[in-house]
Structure formats: structure tokens, C-alpha cells
Design a protein around this ligand. Structure first.
Ligand SMILES: C[S@@+](CC[C@H](N)C(=O)[O-])C[C@H]1O[C@@H](n2cnc3c(N)ncnc32)[C@H](O)[C@@H]1O
Length: 266
């Protein structure tokens, strides 16, 4: 396990409920394109990686697929089992998965590959699990983060909060561009290609702030939780200033989100 993987285990521990209420609403937009890209239909044998609250697994089950799902975090796996009752859910940690060679027709991961310490080793493991001709589909954020993903971090930068040395950046930082992501997947899979997924994410700014800052979801939430109350208040002001041009009369924000969707063939 790399230092980054150890950091990730702590980052997600105890966050399943907050993630389900907040970020899972953002990542849900990619579920349809992800499953379409992996060719998930009735009777497909599908593995959902880093399933989190299990919304990808639930949608694959709804399509009639036979679904397995894994997450490194036990509380996430419990939440997934509740939300995707037809799926077989296990606690398992990439890059080592407890399945036989060539078990699946499709392997999908929604915003997970950017959370593993060893992306290349992980891709080789995913290839092992796919049958010949099986399909891989993975999403990640465009990196460095932008749009809604960066709004809290940008607010912290604006007020001069330094990024702590002990909060690592994802090793995926260097792969979060279309060419780089395609080259990474293409190193292990055939017919690798990457497309942009861009959408506007509508949210209540107060709820989103609570989710990141108080419920401490994600690295930005972690860094914010280490600041003193006056600094947090200044960051919160900067956050609302940044959202103002994107806020409607009803107070709801609609802010752009920028992701990448990679495909590959075994
Ligand atoms: C950003 S969340 C994505 C959750 C979900 N796929 C979605 O669509 O919102 C990342 C998830 O990956 C899990 N995860 C991170 N590293 C992992 C690893 N090495 N192996 C398995 N799961 C991992 C985390 O516990 C977390 O649930």
C-alpha cells in the first residue's frame, strides 16, 4: 500500500453518509454514460469499483445486469449494499481484487481511478478480471480540478490558506487530461479513448458548504477542518462571492462540472 492509499483510507472513513447526501449527487450525472460506454445491458456481468454509496451498482442492476461491487471502506460498502440490494457487495482494495480471471463482461469505476495510489497496476488487475472482448469504462475529474470541484479550494487559495505538506495530491494529477488518460488506459487496453463529460450541477450552496466543510468530505474538507474559525469564515465568504454569478433568484447555484470518461477493450 502506498502512502497515498493509506491517506485515502483515512479520508473516506466515516464519510459514507455525507458523501451520499452531497458528492454522490454530483457524480451521479456520469452513471448513464459510464454504463453505456461499458455496454452494460441485461445479463452483463459487471464489476463496479469504489462503489461508494452504490448508485452505479444500483443502476446497473436496474438494467438487468448481474452486479458485483467493491469498496475499500466498510461503511461505504454497507451503504452500497443498502442502495443496491441486488448487487453482491464486498470490501476490497484496489489494486488487489478477490475475483477469478475473466469473471466480468464489463468493469466500471466512477471517479475512483483518481483515488488509487497505483493506477497502472490497477489497470492490469482490471484487465485480468475482464473476459476477452470485455469493456472497461472509467471516469475521473479533469485535473487540476476546476469548476464545482475547485470552488472551495479556490476560495481557500484566495484567502491564503496554504496546502499542508501532509495532504497529498492524487498521483492521478498527471493523468487527468484526455491525452494522458488515454495513454494510461491504452498502455493496458485496446481501442482506448477518452471523451469530455461537462454539465451544470445544481445545488444549494449552504448544503454544499456544510457537506464539504462541516462533514469534512474530500481533501478540501480535510484542509478546511484544520483551519481556525476566523479563517473558515473568510473562506466561506470567498466561497459565496465565487458562487454569486452562478446563483439564481431562488438561491440555487448552477455551476459547471468537468470530467473525463475513458474506455478500453480487453
Ligand atoms: C469519489 S468516491 C466515488 C464513489 C462512487 N463510485 C460514485 O459514483 O460516487 C471514491 C470511492 O472509492 C473508494 N476507494 C478509494 N480508493 C479505493 C481503493 N484503492 N479500492 C477500492 N475502493 C477505493 C472510496 O472509499 C470511495 O467510496
Amino acid at each position: 500500500m502506498t502512502d497515498f492509499d493509506a491517506y485515502e483510507r483515512d479520508l473516506w472513513a466515516g464519510r459514507a453518509g455525507a458523501y451520499e447526501r452531497g458528492f454522490a449527487r454530483l457524480t451521479a450525472r456520469a452513471i448513464g454514460p459510464l454504463l453505456d460506454t461499458a455496454g452494460v445491458t441485461e445479463d452483463s456481468r459487471v464489476l463496479d469499483l469504489g462503489t461508494g454509496p452504490g448508485l452505479v451498482a444500483a443502476e446497473a442492476s436496474r438494467r438487468g445486469a448481474k452486479v458485483s461491487a467493491v469498496d475499500a471502506d466498510p461503511q461505504m460498502a454497507e451503504t452500497a449494499a443498502r442502495n443496491a440490494p441486488a448487487a453482491e457487495v464486498r470490501v476490497a482494495v484496489l489494486p488487489d481484487l478477490p475475483y477469478e480471471d475473466e469473471t466480468f463482461d464489463a468493469v466500471v469505476g466512477n471517479f475512483v481511478i483518481n483515488h488509487v495510489g497505483e493506477p497502472e497496476t490497477t489497470l492490469k488487475e482490471l484487465r485480468r478480471l475482464l473476459r476477452p472482448g470485455g469493456r472497461l469504462a472509467l471516469t475521473c475529474w479533469v485535473m487540476p480540478g476546476s469548476g464545482v470541484l475547485a470552488v472551495v479550494r479556490d476560495a481557500m487559495e484566495e484567502v491564503g490558506v496554504p496546502w499542508p505538506d501532509d495532504v497529498p495530491l492524487s498521483p492521478f494529477m498527471e493523468h487527468g487530461r484526455p491525452d494522458a488518460f488515454a495513454a494510461l488506459v491504452g498502455g493496458v487496453f485496446r481501442e482506448a479513448a477518452v471523451e469530455h463529460l461537462d454539465w451544470d450541477f445544481a445545488f444549494d450552496p449552504g448544503e454544499w458548504w456544510e457537506n464539504v466543510a462541516t462533514a469534512r468530505v474530500g481533501s478540501n474538507g480535510l484542509v478546511l477542518s484544520q483551519q481556525d474559525p476566523p479563517t473558515v469564515a473568510r473562506v466561506k465568504d470567498a466561497y459565496y462571492r465565487r458562487l454569486a454569478p452562478f446563483t439564481g433568484e431562488n438561491g440555487e447555484v448552477s455551476f459547471p462540472a468537468h470530467a473525463l470518461l475513458a474506455r478500453g477493450l480487453r
